[in-house]
Design a protein around this ligand. Structure first.
Ligand SMILES: [Zn+2]
Length: 287
């Protein structure tokens, strides 16, 4: 058996790590790997039922001090939901970076802070946003992917004041959902990226559902969670020949001693059309 891996999932907003890679994280916890999460921004502006929902229909929003206090309160509620979602997946270590979600930029202080964190935590594997999601210009997911890549570069070297030695990761898996899902904006036309890896999450899709249900203030629970899992993980599952899957784009080509033909490929090649259809037609019973 190989040594346990240290896997770090880094998302821009509170929900990203869960809807992009919740099932994959649950699998790695089950097999004894360390799984940690970083939530880069407080995310109070994103899909929040008070900040982005109620205030949208107001004549005037509260003054600066009141609004700041409210956003801090909402950020704390979201952080608690994130902790509950982590528990649903068996993940214990979650780190809140608390970056402002107004205009997220790959700036030097954020990059340096994350680089120090990487040298300290020494992850082997990174899961994060594709740095060119949505064309890589205005998109906070892309900015996060860029912050992570810059931080990984810096973490591979020393930084005066940080006593931890340089650190390098083994592999980076970008989230396919967002970078290689249904193109719907002019910026997506620059892409052409595709998922080169699917993780079959069918056996833990109920855990992922529980994690999304925990993100109530975000509006991610209930009907949205079910629709999201069917349309996104279900579509990736069909593409991967299973009921539900999470899609990834590998940063680095892999090196093997012999050709990597997976158990899934062997099975799929021997199944009839109807056997394959039966496999990906399974739907999780919910409510
Ligand atoms: Zn997000």
């Amino acid at each position: 058996m190989a040594d346990p891996l240290r896997i770090l999932s880094i998302g821009a907003h509170p929900a990203d790590i869960f809807d992009q890679s919740g099932g994959t994280m649950a699998h790695h916890r089950d097999q004894g790997d360390w799984v940690g999460c970083v939530v880069l921004t407080h995310g109070a502006r994103v899909h929040d039922e008070i900040i982005s929902e109620q205030m949208f229909h107001m004549e005037q929003v509260p003054d600066a001090d009141d609004l700041t206090n409210m956003m801090n309160e909402r950020a704390e509620i979201k952080a608690n939901e994130v902790r509950a979602a982590c528990r649903a997946l068996g993940v214990e270590d979650v780190f809140f970076f608390g970056a402002d979600d107004s205009v997220l930029l790959p700036d030097k202080p954020t990059v340096q802070r994350l680089a120090r964190f990487l040298r300290e935590q020494k992850p082997d594997v990174i899961l994060t946003h594709f740095p060119e999601e949505g064309g890589g210009i205005w998109n906070p997911h892309a900015a996060t992917g860029q912050i992570v890549m810059l931080a990984l570069g810096l973490a591979g070297s020393v930084d005066p004041g940080d006593r931890n030695p340089p650190h390098r990761v083994m592999q980076i898996f970008y989230w396919g959902c967002g970078a290689a899902s249904l193109p719907s904006k002019v910026w997506d036309a620059r892409g052409g990226y595709y998922n080169d890896l699917f993780i079959d999450i069918t056996d833990v899709v109920d855990k992922k559902l529980a994690a999304l249900d925990a993100l109530a203030s975000q509006g991610y629970g209930g009907e949205y969670a079910r629709k999201r899992i069917e349309t996104s993980d279900g579509a990736f599952g069909t593409a991967g020949g299973v009921a539900y899957a999470e899609g990834f784009i590998k940063a680095n080509a892999e090196t093997h001693y012999v050709l990597p033909v997976t158990d899934y490929a062997r099975q799929s090649a021997r199944d009839s059309d109807h056997e394959r259809m039966a496999r990906y037609s399974y739907r999780i019973p919910t409510r």
